[in-house]
Write a protein that binds this ligand. Structure first.
Ligand SMILES: [Zn+2]
Length: 130
């Protein structure tokens, strides 16, 4: 069963999620957002990264529908797994919630919603913006 591996680099991210916030690293040198959490900016190799609250909005880049439960993230199939391009310019894989799978669309505008998954684990998911 999948468990997020929380280490020193990703701890602020997971602590934000636990508070219901989506945080992203921002490079102080090239001013670009960085995701997933890491020590070095993948664009300019600066180590001068700081955590900032994300806008929480983005666009569905692509998606697929999982019709079979798999691990703790798909206990109620079918579920929509999506690649979301956040407005900050980074891409996340997540779940779309609050949408029937046939209604999911590439290019749809979405907003983050932190969902309790199991126990004390929560995950940032996305829901359509009306
Ligand atoms: Zn940079």
């Amino acid at each position: 069963m999948f468990e997020p591996m929380i280490d020193a680099d990703s701890r602020p991210y997971w602590e934000g999620v636990a508070r219901g916030e989506l945080l992203l690293q921002h490079c102080q040198n090239c001013e670009r957002a960085v995701f997933y959490p890491r020590v070095v900016c993948p664009l300019c190799f600066s180590t001068d990264l700081e955590w900032r609250a994300a806008s929480g909005t983005g666009t569905v880049y692509s998606y697929t529908v999982m019709r079979k439960a798999s691990g703790r993230f798909a206990t109620d199939p079918p579920t929509v797994v999506a690649l979301v391009d956040l407005d900050e310019g980074v891409r996340m894989m997540s779940h779309l919630v609050g949408v029937d799978p046939p209604e999911a669309r590439i290019g749809a505008r979405v907003r983050v919603t932190v969902q309790a998954v199991e126990g004390d684990l929560s995950l940032p998911c996305f829901t359509p913006v009306p």
